[in-house]
Design a protein around this ligand. Structure first.
Ligand SMILES: Nc1ncnc2c1ncn2[C@@H]1O[C@H](COP(=O)(O)OP(=O)(O)OP(=O)(O)O)[C@@H](O)[C@H]1O
Ligand SMILES: [Mg+2]
Length: 393
């Protein structure tokens, strides 16, 4: 027998509220800056763009998709619609990667986003779910302690003891709700989840059903259901996925930005968005400092200077785009609160040091060598060199 899961734990705005209480700011607001939420979900922050895309999209949509695969890709990569509505790019990277990811979700295979830390796996997964299902909150966070109930279902013990096992006593997981409603479920950090718990996903992804033996029932996935998992290939390898489970996924690897210009563009865009949500003044002259942070991170990551002439050692940290974003955001906050609002070398120097020197012994030596051999000699980098020296002693 099949049963349906009522979306009782979802509030009218479509957002899950773990406390079970109605959110005070549940109304959908057009822009991120206009809400009280510190970080609105993608479907709230970009509600205008999503509505414009859905309204103008006349291409075929897979069952229960809010828009066509083409419109989902446009939402992620940006573009201008026929009526002039500008869709901002969320992901900056190869178009083909996004197309493959979106297409996968329209098939019976699930999507695994793989990559080194800070390559926007979580970010892309949230935006895909927001565009396809209008809800990015059906989320399971993977940790070493994630239990099977987080993927299948749990029980409300008061109900269970009072009335025995029944549909009312069952607490559906986000994955179960996504199956019942034909939505996109998300599993973060899949490879951190213990192998036996991961394997719970095998039946869900291949049979598209979730048995409830206690009730002699099952929840069958309806059309529109799919799942996006993310995994970090630094923490623990993808080998930690059993081969049986791996076969149920199409893997899409998100690369590091291919050029310094692309990375500067990503950092500038995100810093601007984050800065606005934190009410920081925009820093029109900040682009030089952003370029500098990105250059330092790329050179240390690649083990060679941008001109290819000097080899440098790589420190133990990942120095990802995400870390560059947070170094610049912190710099902007310093400039706004303790400086004249202009982003200067001294505002980013401490942040860079903190990101580079993770291991106090080895990384500090690597940083000093880089500072003396590369930064000191570079034209126009005197202020930056001085600022770094000041925080490094
Ligand atoms: N190519 C990119 N395009 C747009 N934004 C990017 C890109 N790369 C990184 N970012 C930004 O970096 C930030 C961090 O990304 P995210 O948290 O999704 O990384 P992740 O790959 O999930 O990292 P982790 O493995 O640590 O979980 C986000 O704010 C995202 O906007
Ligand atoms: Mg992540």
């Amino acid at each position: 027998m099949s049963v349906s899961v009522e979306p009782t734990s979802v509030d009218p705005s479509g957002k899950a509220d773990p406390s079970g209480k109605q959110s005070a700011t549940a109304t959908t607001t057009a822009s991120a800056t206009a809400t009280e939420e510190l970080r609105p979900h993608a479907e709230t922050a970009f509600a205008d763009e999503l509505a414009a895309l859905a309204a103008q999209d006349d291409r075929p949509r897979p069952a229960r998709w809010r828009m066509s695969p083409w419109a989902v890709a446009t939402y992620l990569l940006g573009g201008t619609l026929a009526d002039g509505t500008v869709i901002t790019p969320k992901y900056v990277g190869p178009r083909r990667i996004v197309e493959v990811a979106v297409t996968t979700l329209a098939t019976d295979r699930a999507l695994l986003l793989l990559g080194v830390p800070g390559t926007a796996k979580t970010w892309v997964s949230e935006h895909l779910a927001a565009a396809i299902s209008g809800d990015s909150t059906l989320l399971v966070q993977g940790t070493a302690g994630t239990p099977e109930e987080a993927i299948r279902y749990g029980w409300n013990y008061a109900q269970l003891l009072a009335h025995g096992p029944s549909r009312d006593a069952l607490v559906p997981s986000p994955v179960m709700r996504a199956m019942a409603e034909g939505m996109t479920a998300r599993v973060e950090e899949l490879t951190r989840i213990p192998a036996d718990v991961q394997d719970t996903l095998i039946t869900i992804l291949s049979e598209k059903t979730l048995p409830i033996p206690e009730l002699g029932q099952e929840v069958q996935a309806v059309r529109g259901f799919n799942l996006i998992a993310t995994a970090n290939d630094r923490d623990r390898g993808v080998n930690d996925l059993s081969s049986a489970l791996r076969r149920r996924f199409n893997t899409v690897v998100l690369p590091l930005p291919e050029s310094a210009d692309a990375e500067v563009d990503i950092v500038a865009r995100r810093v601007d968005q984050i800065g606005r949500s934190l009410d920081l003044p925009s820093a029109p002259d900040g682009i030089d400092e952003i370029r500098r942070v990105v250059t330092v991170f790329r050179e240390l990551r690649d083990g060679v200077t941008a001109d290819g002439r000097t080899k440098v050692k790589s420190p133990s940290g990942t120095l990802s785009t995400a870390e560059a974003i947070s170094v610049v955001t912190n710099g902007l906050a310093l400039a706004a609160h303790f400086g004249d609002g202009v982003l200067r070398p001294s505002d980013v120097a401490a942040g860079i040091l903190g990101a580079v020197v993770r291991d106090p012994a080895a990384d500090r030596v690597i940083w000093q060598e880089y500072l003396e051999a590369v930064v000191r000699e570079r034209d126009g980098w005197k202020d930056f060199y001085r600022a770094c020296r000041e925080v490094s002693v």
